[in-house]
Ligand binder design. Structure first.
Ligand code: G6P
Length: 483
């Protein structure tokens, strides 16, 4: 039976070796969390990197890694230390990631990064070759694999190939800076369908295709040598029921059955019923605007001193890409800022910022979502931001307020949030104040509207929509070539 081959740089499971034993944990980030539900629901095989390098997997462990992956219908794409250094940390995360998020000052242009990027994309193509069968659909994800559509199309011209970009596609003026811009576009155009989260990303992509490659765009299609390539907008959804139902069932649990974190949060509210929790959750990444968020919270405490002792910022930062300089520097800056704010404002009964630098299990995330009065998400740039959607889904009495950066893809669909410019510290402080003072009826109206939308266009619908479009392009292609 034909299957779907999902391909992303990182598998949804992260394998580590601790005391010569394998440990398997879920991968972090929007792509892995979102696609996991699609993978579970369908007949698919997921190809990607396990997080271990070839040098770390000795012969004794090889079979264990394969078995741990196979259990989840995953296949490990073997990457060496050199690949990880130059393809993953290098071209993917020191070139494409900063450039596509408009951090041009962080972008490095190194030929050897590019060479490795090409080589590793070829490596992925070889693994695909081992598993692909006639009739299979291929769905490639994200910026680490932008050459892969072309590499697969060349080998299997009849295969149906979809590509989805989870991060922004930058404006032409930024994209054109990249020395390897035409190769990247040609790589992407190997796909039959190219998906983006928002209209703006798609528009930027078309503009780059037109201006750099000279192809004409007909509405949302490009025809190259009789081949039809379509691009469209698919704003990624979440598994709404999973988040909402988990929140309902945690809330229903008797106090003693609740998680320790939940009990602690309850206790704080019991001691001081006036206490309000403001939540932020992100990977620790410079695109997320974490320092500016802290400045804004500090400014809020200055501007609205009546909230001192009452409002606590719960900030969860999940460790990410720790070998990249900017991430390390940022970590120190955040440590310092949190220390300063807590040092200046803490009282015996109140700590302004609770800062967690770790990944938390799903049920603790639900505790945080459901116990927080406000979610404060302030990325400088973000392709989508699924945390915003998860927070909304987890509100059970429709109370809660979302403050969201207008620079996220999610802001395009969530106009009932309080939208802020993440660089405007004063406006963020005012938004926190507005959120904490918002009447319950207004919170309910806003959350209800967003919940209804998230329920309708959930991750399953998102994937179906993508596959239906892919099928349409294939049918159109068959008509055009008289097959
Ligand atoms: C973002 C990217 C994903 C990536 C994730 C985690 O969501 O769009 O492609 O997997 O971050 O980053 P990492 O570098 O740990 O895979």
């Amino acid at each position: 039976m034909a299957k779907t081959i999902i391909i992303s740089n990182r598998l949804p499971l992260q394998i580590k070796i601790e005391n010569e034993e394998l440990t398997v944990t879920p991968s972090v980030g929007g792509l892995a969390t979102g696609m996991k539900s699609v993978h579970k629901a369908g007949d698919s095989l997921w190809l990607g990197w396990s997080g271990l390098t070839e040098e770390e997997i000795d012969d004794n462990l090889k079979a264990d890694v394969e078995a741990a992956s196979a259990k989840e219908a995953c296949v490990n794409v073997p990457l060496t230390q050199d690949d990880v250094e130059n393809f993953y940390y290098g071209f993917s995360n020191k070139t494409i990631w900063p450039l596509f998020h408009y951090f041009t000052e962080y972008t490095e242009y190194q030929q050897h990064y590019w060479v490795k990027y090409r080589e590793v994309n070829e490596k992925f193509a070889e693994v695909v070759a081992k598993h692909i069968e006639p009739g299979d659909k291929v769905w490639i994800h994200d910026y680490q694999l932008m050459l892969l559509p072309q590499l697969i199309k060349e080998r299997y011209p009849d295969s149906a190939i979809g590509f989805f970009l989870h991060i922004p596609f930058p404006s032409f003026e930024v994209f054109r800076i990249l020395p390897w811009r035409t190769e990247i576009l040609e790589g992407l155009l190997g796909a039959d369908l190219i998906g983006f989260h928002t209209y703006d990303y798609e528009r930027h992509f078309f503009s780059s295709v037109r201006r750099l490659l000279g192809y004409e765009i007909n509405f949302n299609e490009i025809i190259i040598n009789n081949r039809i390539i379509r691009s469209d907008i698919f704003p990624m959804g979440i598994d709404y029921d999973k988040f909402h139902n988990a929140s309902v069932s945690q809330q229903r649990k008797s106090v003693k059955d609740r998680t320790e974190l939940h009990q602690e949060l309850d206790k704080h509210q019991l001691v001081n019923p006036e206490v309000r929790f403001i939540l932020s959750i992100d990977r620790l990444d410079y695109t997320k605007g974490i320092q500016k968020r802290l400045y804004a919270f500090e400014h809020f405490l200055e501007k609205y001193p009546e909230y001192r002792g009452q409002a606590t910022l719960i900030m969860l930062c999940v460790p990410s890409r720790q070998n990249v300089d900017q991430y390390q520097r940022m970590k120190s800056e955040i440590d310092e800022l949190v220390g300063r704010i807590n040092g200046n404002y803490s009282t015996i009964n109140w700590t302004p910022v609770w800062y967690f630098y770790r990944a938390l299990p799903f049920e603790n995330l639900i505790d945080l979502y459901s116990s927080s009065d406000v979610a404060l998400l302030t990325p400088i740039r973000d392709g989508m931001n699924l945390v915003a959607k998860e927070y909304v889904a987890a509100q059970i009495d429709s109370k809660g307020v979302l403050i969201l950066s207008e620079m996220t893809g999610a802001a395009k669909e969530m106009s009932e949030a309080i939208l802020i410019n993440p660089n405007n510290i004063d406006a963020i402080a005012d938004a926190i104040h507005e959120a904490l003072a918002m009447p319950a009826e207004e919170q309910i109206t806003r959350i209800d509207t967003m919940q209804n939308r998230l329920k309708r266009y959930n991750v399953e619908k998102w994937a179906d929509d993508f596959f239906n479009n892919l099928k349409e392009v294939q049918e159109q292609q068959a008509l055009q070539s008289g097959k």
